[in-house]
Design a protein around this ligand. Sequence first.
Ligand SMILES: Nc1nc2c(ncn2[C@@H]2O[C@H](COP(=O)(O)OP(=O)(O)OP(=O)(O)O)[C@@H](O)[C@H]2O)c(=O)[nH]1
Ligand SMILES: [Mg+2]
Length: 218
Amino acid sequence: MYHLCKSIYMQATSKQEYSILLLGLDNAGKTTLLEQIKSIYSKDHHPNLRTVPTVGQNVSVIDLPELYLRIWDVGGQHSLRGLWQSYYSSCHAIVFVIDSSDVGDGDIESLSKRGDDDDEGRLGECKLVLEDVLQNEDTEGVPVLVLANKQDREDCVEVVRIKEGLVRRVFEGEKGQNVRDSRVLPLSALTGTGVKEAVEWICSRVKWNKESRPPVMR
Ligand SMILES: Nc1nc2c(ncn2[C@@H]2O[C@H](COP(=O)(O)OP(=O)(O)OP(=O)(O)O)[C@@H](O)[C@H]2O)c(=O)[nH]1
Ligand SMILES: [Mg+2]
């Protein structure tokens, strides 16, 4: 009886909490995105958009009406990427942020055909890093949201190109084999355009996936 009462009490007074992992190359815009999410969903938070490269991690808990999102923003520098995998088994969704102004023409098909003079930005690096995330067995089945960030910049590659030329090819390639729930959305973390749509997608997908990755009750 005690256990039944306790469980009813817990159901009535606690909320589900899901952990969200922000990944992507250094300078992609992860910390800027976290600042914007905090400013939109937490009262009295003024975003600090003058970010510095993250060494280690930032974490924030966003209190939404139905659930909590615990968002982990980790450093994207090469030397820090080895730490990412320690977050994989406990996360409920991965958000992979791409700098749309630093991926050449956004098409990995033509990567190897290019000459040395072609400016492909960090397209190849981005592809390898995304593949690495998808290949890890601890990310299997985890919903993945890819954000084509910096869409406010004139020199950005548009979202449809990043979706078709990079993300779809990686997901359908041999290294993206573990079929999962995914989406590609445009974003400007700097202006805040697309932040709400991203958060809404995350919320709907973590709830949908909660049988295989149950939330923590808080
Ligand atoms: N124009 C533009 N600049 C952006 C946008 N998002 C981020 N930036 C800029 O990109 C730079 C890097 O942003 P951060 O948010 O620090 O990048 P990060 O992914 O956290 O980088 P690391 O911590 O090194 O992994 C900063 O100068 C930001 O102001 C965007 O949407 N548009
Ligand atoms: Mg950062």
